[in-house]
Ligand binder design. Sequence first.
Ligand SMILES: Cc1cc2nc3c(=O)[nH]c(=O)nc-3n(C[C@H](O)[C@H](O)[C@H](O)COP(=O)(O)OP(=O)(O)OC[C@H]3O[C@@H](n4cnc5c(N)ncnc54)[C@H](O)[C@@H]3O)c2cc1C
Length: 495
Amino acid sequence: MNMHDTAAPSVLNRSDTANLVRRVVGPALLPGEEGYQSECATFNTMSTVRPAIAVGATSVADVQAAVRFAAQRDLPIAVLATGHQMVRPAAGAMLINISRINAVHVEPARNLARVGGGSRWWQVLDEAGKYGLAPAGGTPPTVGVVGYHLGGGASPILGRTYGYAADHVQAIEIVTVDGKLHRVTASSEPDLFWALRGGKGNFGVVTYLEFTVFPIKRFYGGGLFFAGEHAAKVLHTWRVWVASLPEEMSSSICFLRQPPLPFVPEPLRGQFVMHVRFSSLRPQEEAERVLAPMRQIAPTVLDTITELPYRKAGSLFIDPPAPVPWVERATMLRDLPGGAVDALLSMLGPDSGTDLGFVELRPLGGALERPPAVPNAVAGRSARWSLFGVGGGRPDLAPVFQEQLSALANALAPWAQEETNPNLLSAAQGSTPEEMRAIYGGERYDRLAAIKKRYDPRNLFRMNHNIAPMANGKLHPQNVRTRRPSTPTTHEISR
Ligand SMILES: Cc1cc2nc3c(=O)[nH]c(=O)nc-3n(C[C@H](O)[C@H](O)[C@H](O)COP(=O)(O)OP(=O)(O)OC[C@H]3O[C@@H](n4cnc5c(N)ncnc54)[C@H](O)[C@@H]3O)c2cc1C
């Protein structure tokens, strides 16, 4: 449990909330009332959210009323867009469900998208696609656009070419804890603009976001699926091959054990396969040449690689189309030598007996490693690899999944780095200020904590991976951490 989650849960009754109910157009619901549960519903059904009150905001004015109500009563505030990463149960809190504020508007003349705080990626893919434009989105089109940007947003297709999605944000409209609406840009409030792009939901409720979309109509991509028995050959070959890809080509690899469910393509149902995902922005002939050695290493169970309109980008990844329960864990690696591949194979290969259904290894690098034109708080930029493990579908197996995810992280520890991007963090990760400081890196966290003190001094926005406000110009004592004896930097190891 988050140390900031320990206050006694508040109990509200109808007379407490009468004024709020009059002010907001959307529902304002107490536990047990009709509609409360659906207001709190999450895409990851393992995350149970049970606030003291849930407001379904329909407008900026609704958000402002809900924030003011919470601030007057000292209620912590949680924000829910889709429920892919609700890491705190929000007991005793005000929950603002932002999903109704989901308009998406694209201005082709400026290559700009303006989206509501509760919009999802599929909406932007569709709207931008009408103009031959592409957003730097993540894998599942069901993921929230704003939550993704607030953590950085590493696009598996465009990231290595253009950098983090947060690097391309132009303006953010946000309601802060005093109920004020700010339009934040690089020139209006530079510190807050820096913090919002990487600091997640720690500074307020984002109502609208504006960001660049790129002139890309089509790309060449899809997946190669190899039977799990070839895992060692596929992974060792892929590790060497992927290092030679130009920045406009990307690939990730996944140990995939899919359930026998209809959303899984027929030859993969109930099977263990190695899924090599590939995408290229270069001409098809060049991409085919580059891909040829991977296509030849073993017979494929399925090969879906073809030319696609960019709005089909989500089809590269087999993600559940509807809410499911899962447990996850993210690790960032500074290096991936052959020994790390052997460690992965022993934990996840055909003889491992693992219950983890999805473990993805993704090389980063390229523009994801370079500093953005306007500096921001995105953490994990120095990592070379991202590892994301998931056990899902069986809530009764959650402790087993947790144990296997921890064992996997321990096996990869010699190559892991502490600084991690917050977007894939689980509820179990970053649950204390000390851990959060390690995740963000000391200097970045301290600056975030100072800005947090300015914009949310009582830390009401703490139902998240929390950045605690700096206390009296000094760091909270728990934010001070003795550094480990020096670990080599990415550049010392990998270059
Ligand atoms: C299968 C899968 C694949 C993914 N792939 C990628 C990937 O390729 N790259 C990547 O970078 N990330 C990826 N993600 C991570 C994803 O970007 C984060 O989980 C993100 O936080 C999801 O946001 P959401 O709005 O959908 O979820 P929610 O659970 O609704 O929100 C998560 C948190 O974001 C904050 N938040 C959301 N909206 C707002 C708002 N309007 N105002 C203030 N705070 C807000 C809140 O703190 C909230 O608690 C993936 C996640 C999953 C499950």
